[in-house]
Design a protein around this ligand. Structure first.
Ligand code: ATP
Ligand code: MG
Length: 424
């Protein structure tokens, strides 16, 4: 048997070069979420398969894409394909319904789906998501949508579109489905087998299809808002009026339904035309029955999740700058006999929160400067015989080549002065 040590299909390594994007997005999200008083929750990466089997309906592709396994104790487990089910489970497990306030939570981490890998589509991908659990007020829908908009605009993204729709409550669902069926019935035989199957089992999902031929049949679809109950209509109209009030640009999209079936009332999606085929960055909506269906108390909730990989693709595509990493000082000992002294300088700078790298293999100027440039260091401290004699080091600015002589005792102060408050 030959061993295969290659990267598993549909996964990727995130290398140090790339990680600044990840940290930047994670930090920005955390920051924005805390402005709205959302707090972080971390749940296991695997859960009992039953959890997802209960939450994700048979007609969802996600169900077929699940990574399930049996552990050594014969437990049926699944790597989580999405976050909401786990958060709902944690809400029940930890009796969060007893908390004085409704639970406003966010999470981040890897998700797993056995999909066909392509640009923007992986088998292990990463999401950041929020769940606002315990309020059925349309303010909560508007709040999470606003928060997603604030996040994407603070990251500097351009041309992102928010689409919203309502799929109504349990009572409206059959009415909506009947209307879709009625509307498409005369063309049923023209539809693909797959769509005919959806027609039978889950007509709402037809709207979500990317099937080209379907688009012509769908063009005259009557306004589905008419099929909503008065209560659902009111809810949706309130959400829209709050978004208008907050000047959040959005578009009503009557064919928007989400991939996962647990949504009720408001659904929304954030897309970018700059992404190509996989243009959906963020999806979310209200799920008023999910927690009850899992055996918890009746608890309305609303949330969203976005994909890190697609978001970062978009940041790059739009050439959006991310914050530079902190200044890096490279210390060059010109001879082994000065390495101990250099080590002292390095530790002293680190004590003062300055990032320092030091290499012990190089002992000549040319070797050091090549390496310092490769490492994209900002400054180089040079310590050789001359410096030892004069008790001052040379500090070279590697961007503009300017060089200063600085007494040993003044090195920390030198960097603190030029770096100002920025890095502290
Ligand atoms: P799509 O229609 O592109 O398959 P989805 O409806 O399955 O998306 P959700 O389950 O709503 O996506 O997940 C929210 C976000 O997670 C998506 O908008 C996307 O950014 C990201 N995402 C989903 N699946 C993948 C994947 N396989 N690889 C990378 N990102 C993904
Ligand atoms: Mg999908």
């Amino acid at each position: 048997m030959s061993m295969d040590y290659s990267l598993p299909r549909g996964t990727q390594d995130i290398l140090p070069d790339e990680i600044n994007y990840w940290n930047h997005v994670e930090q920005t999200a955390k920051h924005i979420f805390s402005l709205y008083n959302f707090n972080e929750i971390r749940t296991p990466i695997f859960e009992s398969s039953n959890l997802f089997n209960r939450v994700i309906s048979e007609s969802d592709i996600v169900k077929k894409e699940m990574y399930t396994f049996t552990d050594k104790g014969n437990r049926e487990l699944a790597l989580r394909p999405e976050g909401t089910a786990s958060i709902a489970r944690a809400f029940i497990t930890n009796n969060l319904s007893r908390a004085p306030q409704h639970s406003k939570l966010f999470y981040k981490g890897p998700m797993f789906r056995y999909e066909r890998p392509q640009a923007g589509r992986y088998r292990q991908f990463h999401q950041i998501g929020v769940e606002s659990i315990g309020s059925d007020h349309p303010f909560s829908d508007a709040e999470v949508i606003t928060m997603s908009y604030r996040l994407f605009t603070s990251l500097g993204l351009r041309n992102v579109k928010i689409y919203i729709n309502s799929v109504g409550s349990d009572t409206c669902r059959p009415v909506i489905e009947a209307r879709i069926k009625q509307f498409l019935a005369s063309n049923l035989s023209q539809l693909s087998e797959n769509l005919q199957e959806k027609f039978k089992n889950n007509p709402l999902k037809i709207l979500d299809s990317k099937d080209e031929t379907l688009q012509t049949y769908l063009s005259g679809l009557p306004d589905m808002r008419e099929a909503l109950s008065q209560q659902s209509k009111d809810h949706f109209n309130f959400v829209i009026s709050y978004l208008d009030h907050l000047n959040i640009p959005f578009e009503y999209k009557p064919t928007l339904v989400r991939g996962l079936d647990y949504y009720t009332e408001t659904v929304f999606e954030v897309v970018s035309e700059d992404l190509g085929a996989q243009n959906s960055i963020c999806g979310g909506g209200r799920y008023n029955n999910l927690i009850k269906n899992l055996g918890g108390p009746h608890t309305p909730a609303v949330g969203f999740a976005f994909g890190m990989e697609r978001l970062i693709m978009l940041l790059k595509k739009q050439s959006i700058p991310i914050p530079k990493r902190p200044v890096l000082v490279y210390i060059a000992a010109l001879g082994k006999e000065y390495q101990m002294e250099c080590l002292n300088i390095a530790e002293k700078l680190r004590n003062n929160m300055i990032n320092v790298t030091i290499d012990y293999s190089k002992v000549d100027f040319n070797g050091h400067i090549k390496l310092a440039q490769k490492m994209q260091a900002d400054y180089m401290i040079i310590f050789g015989e001359k410096e030892f004699e004069s008790k001052q080091v040379s500090i070279k600015n590697l961007a503009n080549r300017h060089q200063d002589d600085v007494p040993f005792a003044g090195i920390t102060n030198y960097f603190q002065t030029i770096l100002g408050d920025a890095h502290v």
